[in-house]
Design a protein around this ligand. Structure first.
Ligand code: FMN
Length: 268
């Protein structure tokens, strides 16, 4: 009898049923948890948007804070708002030749760019735009870094920057996540008085008496390649082939046609 139970046939039967039970449990969990995973991913992204905009406080209800943030879609080439369905996925669109274009030259190292990008607008209590939050991505040393760049309503002053996905080395390139380094960006100006892109991460530290210090960000010691990646990424996305035309429209809306003169006057 004992011999019969330990036969090869029995062993295989037990192994088969064990595998079957495990497979059913794992796939049920995978399918059942999918909505929760999607929710968590969404919430993490929303938290990153709030953080970049300087609107996040630990322990806050992210979902209700995000209700004050408006998601819009912008045609990169013209800077005009366009309609897209709620489920529009910019990363997926960038891989589809029908919805994207090749980039050349490619300073941000992203190869392709979706024709339509999402933007997020945070409004103050008076209903006016308070923050313009732009999704940005670009290549560092090891990985494509995905994040958000938040601007004040003048579409020139940086309100914050943050990253939610990258694989740079912790302690080196990974210092792009360090809040003390990110703090460097706050208040810096993207463009000079003539409207040219001037923002730049330098090698070393910025001192306030340095010429053009309002456009310069401290480098990351031992991680210049990642720091240059962030610099190139931001310069690309606020330029003519990125959100430049959209930001120009935002300034015109605020200050009228001669927007640069007005922005410069307000900031002086
Ligand atoms: C294991 C390893 C990981 C590294 N990771 C990074 C990184 O994530 N980002 C980066 O810019 N440099 C990284 N570096 C250093 C670069 O190779 C390069 O030396 C550095 O970017 C130059 O910056 P520095 O001129 O400030 O020293 C790494 C080096 C090693 C050996």
């Amino acid at each position: 009898m004992a011999n019969n139970r330990e036969s090869i046939g029995n062993t295989l039967r037990v192994a088969f049923f064990l595998c079957l039970v495990c497979a059913v449990v794992v796939s049920t969990l995978a399918v059942g948890l999918r909505p929760a995973q999607h929710d968590n991913r969404m919430q993490f992204r929303q938290q990153n948007i709030l953080q970049a905009a300087g609107l996040y406080e630990p322990g806050m209800d992210i979902r209700s804070a995000f209700e004050n943030i408006e998601r819009r879609f912008v045609e990169i080439e013209t800077g005009e708002y366009v309609e897209r369905p709620e489920e529009y996925d910019q990363r997926r669109a960038a891989r589809d030749p029908e919805q994207s274009r090749r980039i050349s030259p490619d300073p941000a190292g992203i190869r392709r760019q979706a024709n339509v990008a999402e933007v997020f607008l945070a409004r103050g209590a008076d209903g006016d735009i308070d923050r313009i939050i732009l999704p940005v991505h670009g290549y560092g040393l090891w990985s494509t870094m995905y994040g958000f760049l938040a601007l004040e309503a003048d579409a020139n002053t940086v309100a914050g920057i943050g990253f939610f996905d990258h694989a740079e080395t912790p302690g080196l390139g990974g210092e792009i996540d360090n809040p003390r380094w990110q703090e460097n960006w706050v208040g810096k100006q993207l463009y000079d008085d003539a409207g040219n892109i001037a923002i730049e991460v330098i090698k070393g530290s910025v001192s306030p008496d340095m010429p053009d210090s309002e456009h310069k960000i401290d480098g990351l010691s031992g991680a210049t390649i990642t720091a240059n990646g962030v610099s190139n990424m931001v310069r690309f996305w606020v330029g003519d082939r990125g959100f430049g035309p959209y930001l120009e429209r935002m300034r015109e809306q605020q200050y009228g046609d001669d927007s640069w003169a007005a922005v410069v006057a307000v900031e002086e």
